[in-house]
Design a protein around this ligand. Structure first.
Ligand SMILES: Cc1ncc(COP(=O)(O)O)c(C=O)c1O
Length: 369
């Protein structure tokens, strides 16, 4: 099977995969830790027999109202994934700078559009931070675009907005595609989003997703936010009706969930602190990132990721094994922030793992001495 075959790459979401049907705490998928705000959604008021609007107008109007955007700056998509695949194809990109590690589909979308992917290595020694402007200017030589997540998945690092704006100013002929699928989880939101800047920057394109923050992966809602001239260009390549009637209807309901938004942000803020504190003394695990609703982590001291994953599975806990992300050592995993009690389970299981590994190592050392 080719590496770009649709089913070749495994994303997160392993719910239901554990043998024995025990309780599953799925930390592998990065959705908001609260019940979706659309539990009352009823099909009876949605005209299913009719075609939806050609351009996903209900979703476009949501973005305009919720984020204070002009409707002509918004192109509604079937989740952020449609945007990720539309952009390299529609813009005819040739060489795209893509960080490693990052979301698998950036590279795949570029390759399918016959664009060359130029990897930008993010290193653990630099805490997976994005390089500074001079290193980036060098890396961008010969590229016509850059596609990055801010915050980046899986590293959970936010790219400073000033850096992205400075790049866009310095290279007006290159396109900067910024995936803000997780931006609403960050402490600094909304001041760190590039959405308000797109009128002033014709070469910045923001991809946004409603999947993660509103926990509605099944509905497929997202958008491209960009200068009207860019949106017009993309419409030339856009398929009709990719946003269905249920999604359009659901988007209008999301306008009335301010309480849900505050709840999610507060749970994530608390959980981030709880996990960082709870694992501070753990000698087997190193935490990275954490700007969004997930942590990137590594097993240290020569311990095996397989052993950790097996240890967690025995306790009914799933995390995202990150060995199929390119450009990193095979010791990384990712887990999302959930509610306090659930986080406690994970913290205890990870601390147990550190303790049992320490005891096993001491026993081996004693046996050979
Ligand atoms: C960084 C990133 N961008 C985009 C997506 C896709 O989002 P959507 O479900 O809105 O298509 C994902 C899904 O995991 C993601 O991790």
């Amino acid at each position: 099977m080719s590496g770009d075959h649709l089913l070749a790459h495994r994303h997160g979401d392993r719910t239901g995969e554990l043998a024995g049907g025990g309780a599953v705490l799925d930390f592998s998928v990065n959705l908001a830790p609260a019940a979706p705000p659309l539990s009352e959604l009823s099909f009876s008021s949605i005209p299913l027999a009719a075609y939806p609007s050609m351009d996903g107008r209900g979703v476009r109007d949501f973005y305009a109202a919720r984020f204070g955007l002009d409707p002509e700056c918004v192109l509604a998509t079937n989740g952020a994934i449609e945007a990720i695949y539309l952009l390299p194809r529609a813009l005819g990109l040739k060489r795209v700078l893509v960080p490693q590690p990052s979301f698998f589909d950036y590279g795949r979308a570029c390759r399918l559009a016959s664009a060359e992917v130029v990897p930008l290595a993010l290193s653990e020694s630099g805490s997976f931070a994005f390089p500074g402007i001079d290193a980036l200017a060098e890396a961008l030589a010969g590229c016509d675009a850059m596609m990055v997540g801010s915050p980046n998945n899986p590293t959970g690092i936010l790219i400073p907005k000033e850096l992205l704006l400075a790049l866009a100013c310095r290279f007006p002929d290159k396109t900067f595609i910024i995936d803000e699928a997780f931006i609403q989880f960050t402490e600094e939101f909304p001041s760190n989003s590039l959405m308000p800047e797109i009128r002033a920057f014709k070469n910045i394109v923001v991809i946004h997703s409603l999947t993660k923050f509103y926990a509605i992966a099944g509905l497929r809602l997202g958008a491209i936010v960009a200068h009207p001239s860019m949106i017009e260009r993309l419409y030339v390549h856009k398929e009709p009706w990719t946003v269905n009637a249920v999604a359009e209807h659901a988007a209008s309901k999301l306008l009335h969930c301010g309480e849900y938004e505050r709840e999610v942000r507060s749970i994530v803020r608390e959980g981030r602190r709880q996990i960082a504190d709870g694992l501070a003394g753990n000698s087997a695990i190193t935490l990275h990132g954490g700007a969004a609703n997930f942590f990137f982590a590594s097993v240290t001291g020569g311990l095996a990721l397989d052993d950790l994953v097996a240890h967690l599975r025995l306790r009914g806990i799933l995390v995202r094994d990150c060995r199929n992300f390119e450009g990193i050592a095979p010791v990384y995993f990712r887990f999302c922030i959930r509610k306090t009690d659930e986080n406690r389970w994970l913290i205890e299981a990870l601390n147990d793992f550190a303790e049992s590994s320490r005891i096993a190592k001491a026993a081996v050392e004693e046996a050979v001495s």
